[in-house]
Write a protein that binds this ligand. Structure first.
Ligand SMILES: O=P(O)(O)O[C@H]1O[C@H](CO)[C@@H](O)[C@H]1O
Ligand SMILES: Nc1nc2[nH]cnc2c(=O)[nH]1
Length: 291
């Protein structure tokens, strides 16, 4: 590594080579599990699992509900790699560290990234427990100049100025919605705009009202940097937010949120999310070359 924050191509390669020499799985799909959503990895068959502390170059998870384990395996015959725990900037990681695994996945041969998160809703029509298919995002940190792509561009991954106008794959969104129909769960499925803020504090009422007026449907403290990096290196992206709470927009009522409540709601929808992600991956058009 060059400096504390600068990660060079060889750093990603070193981690990718280590993983390739420790598992025979050759994933085409990567799944990032949000807060309390680590059970998505439980559906993987023929697992090879690595604590982040064993993987050279990998950051460590510090947040409750993020186990800190990388799991390789098969979902209905499709080879996947699953992050049981992601990295957030508020933990003290640089944005390039929070997105480090995404570029490693690219070097492993991953073509599609599935991101999941726990989020608070701003949209009045959303209920706690709803699943939101992410249509687009607002990267508040990115707009303010905090972008994982800052610094010298690594042309081996992608261009200096990547477009971001069609990041969340339309076909995968439609496929997910159709799956929700066949699963009979459309009454709690939404499609909307996710906004990433820095955290770790939850929103003030004034901030919540601002985000609401900006057209944000759900807010969280992750996902956008991973998606920007994945899109930069040409990956197809699909995202789901689980609505774990309603963001308080009134000075007179509303329940203040806490992380324990977020984890509780995650448990509530774990089975549905697991089935949805499993079916989606199984229907994806991917070239499943095994080593
Ligand atoms: O985005 P994920 O990792 O799901 O976690 C969400 O839940 C935590 C707050 O409860 C924050 O980290 C927020 O971003
Ligand atoms: N910023 C933010 N992140 C969350 N993660 C889960 N719920 C919330 C929320 O209400 N706000």
């Amino acid at each position: 590594m060059h400096s504390k924050d600068q990660i060079c191509h060889e750093d990603y390669q070193r981690t990718a080579s280590w993983l390739l020499s420790h598992t025979e799985h050759r994933p085409k799909v990567a799944i990032i599990c949000g807060s309390g959503l680590g059970m998505l990895a439980d559906a993987l068959k023929c697992q090879d699992s690595f604590p982040y502390s064993d993987i050279p170059g990998f950051p460590q998870s510090t947040v409750q509900g993020h186990a800190g384990r990388l799991v390789f395996g098969e979902l209905k015959g499709k080879t996947c790699v699953c992050m049981q725990g992601r990295f957030h900037m508020y933990e003290g990681h640089s944005l390039s560290k929070t997105t480090f695994p995404v570029r490693v996945f690219k070097l492993l041969g991953v073509e599609t990234l599935v991101v999941t998160n726990a989020a608070g809703s701003l949209a009045d029509s959303y209920q706690v427990g709803d699943i939101m298919i992410i249509k687009d995002h607002i990267n508040v940190l990115g707009l303010a100049g905090l972008n994982p792509l800052n610094g010298p561009n690594d042309d081996k991954f992608g261009p200096r100025f990547p477009p971001m106008s069609c990041v969340y794959d339309k076909d995968l969104r439609k496929m997910a919605f159709d799956l929700c129909k066949s699963m009979g769960v459309t009454q709690f499925v939404q499609e909307g705009v996710y906004c990433m803020v820095g955290g770790p504090n939850f929103e003030t009422v004034a901030e919540a009202r601002l985000l609401h007026r900006l057209g944000v449907d759900a807010v969280g403290m992750s996902t956008a940097p991973e998606v920007v990096v994945a899109s930069h290196c040409g990956m197809r992206v699909f995202g789901l937010s689980l609505i774990t709470n309603k963001v308080v927009k009134s000075y007179d009522d509303g329940e203040p949120v806490n992380h324990e409540a977020v984890l509780e709601v995650s448990k509530l929808r774990s089975q549905t999310l697991q089935s949805l992600v499993t079916e989606l991956v199984s229907q994806m058009d991917i070239n499943n070359n095994t080593a």
